[in-house]
Design a protein around this ligand. Structure first.
Ligand SMILES: C[S@@+](CC[C@H](N)C(=O)[O-])C[C@H]1O[C@@H](n2cnc3c(N)ncnc32)[C@H](O)[C@@H]1O
Length: 363
């Protein structure tokens, strides 16, 4: 606990940092909001148990109800990953098996706390069994997050109060019907915005409604307009990313993107929170486009159930050709999570960073 507290204490500008401490501080502060820092702040016990070599359940589990999508976003990283989608096996019965197995895996005080419905190549609301899943996981006391393009929100949620979800993210990416059509291959902007408005009107206090926006050459000019519209609608947060599949275009547009984002950020003073996942420097430089070879530790804290009911290391690696840990229809969560297949490739958390803070080494 002391080590982690001291890691956060590195924020003190009066402390002269060693090279490793500076690297660790950079690691802690990446992203908006800085995910690693939040984990350290709120899940210290979990991180320390992992550092001690304990095998404990992931904090968050993503479930991908479908590998199919109802839109054709030109920027979608999912569509560039494969020409063959994973098999769709999740119906209501399978969702019940998944819920039971996910809930049964506990080690001491640790269990899976959060269930996120999302997709890599697909859209969760394509599969009606997702609604059954939300009810099941809510009854089990899980925190529920849903990522959707929002087009079918009206189809599945008519008359419901949305009270079972804790956070809903609608990947909107446009500020007009024309841009929506141009980006996503079909009409749907007005329909999605109407659902968003109704949902916000009917929600109870708990549900947080976010909108996300992947910036590309097709929608840079609608950044400000969309932010204003979402603010008027009562959306809690709009979060901007840049299209990681097209670095050349993003570099060419970086000046305009940064100035539009700055204008949009003025709305942060109103109701809505405006966040850019990448800093201006990251948008200008090419660091965000090169994650290959960088060490990633999320596999200790997250996992993903693909549309084929198999357990995968990460929600970005659920596509044809990626090996899973095995099927949750045939095995318990613990069997897959503690299997040789998983443990053989697991890299430890950055112990060296924490050690160096503890020992004050300068290397
Ligand atoms: C692939 S989508 C699938 C889930 C669901 N269909 C949706 O639209 O939210 C998951 C998230 O990835 C984001 N995404 C897709 N392509 C991206 C890209 N090229 N760069 C950055 N984020 C991207 C989407 O905006 C969305 O928030």
């Amino acid at each position: 606990m002391k080590q982690i507290n001291s890691a956060i204490a590195l924020e003190n500008p009066k402390i002269n940092l060693t090279k490793n401490q500076k690297r660790f501080q950079k690691f802690l502060n990446r992203g908006t909001p800085p995910y690693e820092k939040i984990l350290l702040k709120y899940h210290e016990k979990r991180i320390l148990a992992i550092l001690k070599g304990e095998i404990i359940p992931p904090q968050e589990l993503e479930i991908q109800p479908s590998s199919k999508c109802n839109l054709k976003c030109t920027h979608c990283f999912g569509k560039t990953l494969t020409n063959k989608n994973l098999e769709n096996k999740i119906g209501e019965k399978e969702m019940e098996i998944l819920a039971e197995r996910i809930n049964n895996y506990k080690e001491g005080d640790f269990e899976i706390e959060s269930v996120k419905f999302c997709g890599t190549t697909g859209e969760p609301l394509i599969n009606p069994a997702m609604i059954h899943g939300i009810n099941l996981f809510k009854d089990l006391g899980k925190n529920i997050v849903v990522f959707t393009n929002g087009l079918y929100l009206d189809k599945f949620y008519q008359g419901k109060k949305y009270s079972d979800i804790n956070r809903l993210n609608v990947s909107l990416d446009a500020g007009s019907e024309r841009t929506f059509m141009n980006l996503k291959g079909r009409v749907g902007f007005s329909r999605t915005v109407k659902s968003l408005g109704e949902l916000i009107e009917k929600r109870n206090g708990k549900l947080k409604v976010n909108v996300s926006y992947v910036i590309s050459e097709k929608n840079t000019k609608e950044i400000v307009k969309t932010t204003k519209l979402m603010d008027d609608l009562g959306v809690d947060e709009i979060r901007f990313r840049v299209d990681i599949t097209n670095p050349e275009k993003i570099h060419a547009l970086s000046g305009l993107i940064i100035s539009e984002l700055n204008k949009a950020k003025d709305y942060s003073k109103k109701h809505i929170k405006v966040a850019s996942v990448y800093s201006p420097n990251e948008i200008k430089e090419d660091s965000i486009f090169h994650s290959h070879g960088k060490r990633c530790f999320t596999q200790h804290l997250w996992a993903c159930v693909g549309p084929d009911c198999n357990l995968y290391a990460c929600g970005h690696r659920t596509y044809h050709g990626i090996e899973s840990y095995g099927s949750l229809l045939d095995n318990s969560f613990k069997e897959l999570w503690t299997s040789e297949k998983r443990l053989a490739n697991l890299k430890n958390l950055p112990m060296t960073f924490l050690d160096s803070i503890k020992n004050g080494k300068n290397n």
